[in-house]
Design a binder for this molecule. Sequence first.
Ligand code: ATP
Length: 248
Amino acid sequence: MSDLELRALRKSFGSADIIRGVDLAVPAGERHAVIGPNGAGKSTLFNLISGAFPPTSGEVMLGGERISGRPPYEINRRGLSRSFQVTNIFHNMSVYENLRCAVLWSLGYRYTLWRSAAALKDAAERSREVLHLIGLDHARETPAGLLSYADQRALEIGVTIAGGARVILLDEPTAGMSRAETDRAVDLIRRVTEGRTLLIVEHDMGVVFGLADRISVLVYGEVIATGTPAEIRGDPRVREAYLGEEAA
Ligand SMILES: Nc1ncnc2c1ncn2[C@@H]1O[C@H](COP(=O)(O)OP(=O)(O)OP(=O)(O)O)[C@@H](O)[C@H]1O
């Protein structure tokens, strides 16, 4: 069964049709990249999936359940977590506290007064695990705002996965990074998404072709091709519409 499925998804802003009938099925455990030229609608697609915008029509299914029309926090609770192009970590809080907040949020602390020592202990343990996974043990008590840009993005990924969501959406996670930082980020993304379903929007074709099991190409709000990296690279429509010589 597909973990994430988009069915005839459409979004218009006024008279502008931005997403024009997208069908996409991402099986559990697949790393799937969405690529396309600027303004193709990639961020809008993410906003529809994560619940930031309701679709004009069509459906988003998570694990066979319809999530379109639900608010973002509810979609998050159902197992889908999203990172943003602009980081959304708390700059004055330490690295560890950022992770702990994300874990507690996922446990529903915002909405319940119920607390148990066991749950708090579990949250602390999970936070430490994620801290280690993202390679920031040494910066545990550092205010997040003082981290380097690349480390902030790593923390952002940590915050995104901390709650244990099984479907992860990453929006341009390597934007603005040097080659070495990008390589480190790809390695991190590969590790933290092991056994999960990943949907990633990314402009860096090295990242896309190195990380994705399958790729979908979005052009003017339509998916013009979906396939393995080799299939996408060899697709004449894709080369014409987007990749050009980049994939040669
Ligand atoms: N809230 C909105 N209201 C009106 N138009 C919008 C809104 N959000 C996005 N758009 C328009 O939708 C189109 C697609 O934008 P979107 O940001 O989804 O593209 P993108 O593929 O993510 O681009 P980029 O690669 O540059 O980030 C653009 O023409 C944009 O101006």
